[in-house]
Design a protein around this ligand. Structure first.
Ligand code: NAP
Length: 251
């Protein structure tokens, strides 16, 4: 159903972004993988191409608007359009209580998690408006609506991302463009390794076996790119619930 679409995925060098790139490519999407670790991106592109998919890699720091805009432009140059943007890049380090936090590092999380998503929206929306179609999936978290000690930077930025999803939907939802969030629950990636090492709040007490594999949110991202997901536009779609998992085909 996604055959012949073209997508940009930020934070595609590992974890959920890597799995999303592989899933979308397997469903026939030509994918632009964007992140800072170019060597990792190149290795993933090779794997996708070995499996018959189309992919390319671009070094991109999402906290820099021009670099995100270049990734979007690259998608149009390579594949003629941009149908899908997955705003996935994010970080949680360093985890610390507010009174111990480093103001510059706290602000860096805002630059990546919040401004990075705004940069993606700003770069892609004019092109999608001109096309009259497009899907933007913003990777959210339960932290968007819940508070956890040691995660003030993360909770505040994910709340901001949910607000961006809602605002963007108000602006372009009637123009054939779906902006939707995706809240995966806890996923077995490097981010959860950092969280466990922090020992700060109940999430850090979870075991690796409590987390879902990154292939699950990847399937949810792909499903959100289909018209079946239309009614979830402007909201955070969750795969923590049985209903969400059933819709995506996970159970
Ligand atoms: P991860 O394994 O740590 O991967 C994070 C990705 O983000 C990497 O590809 C990294 O690539 C990229 N990234 C970080 N800073 C970047 C920057 N400045 N510019 C471009 N890319 C950057 O984490 P993950 O668990 O897959 O997380 C992916 C998304 O899911 C995040 O938005 C996270 O908040 C969200 N999420 C995760 C969980 C979970 O339990 N894991 C739960 C809810 C939501 P480079 O280092 O190569 O740049």
């Amino acid at each position: 159903m996604l055959n012949d679409k073209a997508a940009v995925i930020t934070g595609a060098s590992r974890g959920i972004g890597e799995a999303a790139a592989i899933e979308l490519a397997a469903q026939g999407v030509s994918v632009v993988l964007a992140a800072r670790s170019k060597n990792s991106l190149d290795a993933i592109v090779s794997r996708i191409e070995d499996n018959g998919g189309q992919a390319c890699a671009i070094e991109c720091d999402v906290s820099e608007y021009d670099e995100v805009a270049t990734a979007v432009t690259e998608c149009v140059a390579e594949y003629g359009k941009i149908d899908i943007l997955v705003n996935n890049a994010g970080l949680i380090d360093p985890i610390s209580r507010i009174e111990d936090s480093d103001p510059l590092q706290w602000a860096n999380v805002v630059d990546v998690n919040l401004k990075g998503v705004y940069h993606g929206l700003r770069a892609a929306l004019p092109l999608m408006k001109a096309q009259g179609s497009g899907v933007i999936v913003n990777i959210s978290s339960g932290a968007a609506t819940g508070a956890l000690e040691g995660w003030s930077h993360y909770c505040a930025t994910k709340a901001g991302v949910l607000s961006l999803t809602k605002c963007a939907h108000k602006e372009v939802g009637d123009l054939g463009i779906r902006v939707v969030g995706m809240s995966p629950g806890t996923v077995a990636t490097d981010m959860q390794v950092s969280i466990k090492a922090s020992g700060i709040n109940p999430v850090s007490q979870l075991e690796a076996s409590d987390h879902i594999p990154p292939e699950w949110p990847a399937k949810a991202i792909a499903w959100l790119c289909t018209d079946a997901a239309h009614e979830y536009a402007g909201t955070d779609f969750s795969i923590k619930t049985d209903e969400g998992r059933r819709l995506v085909g996970l159970i």
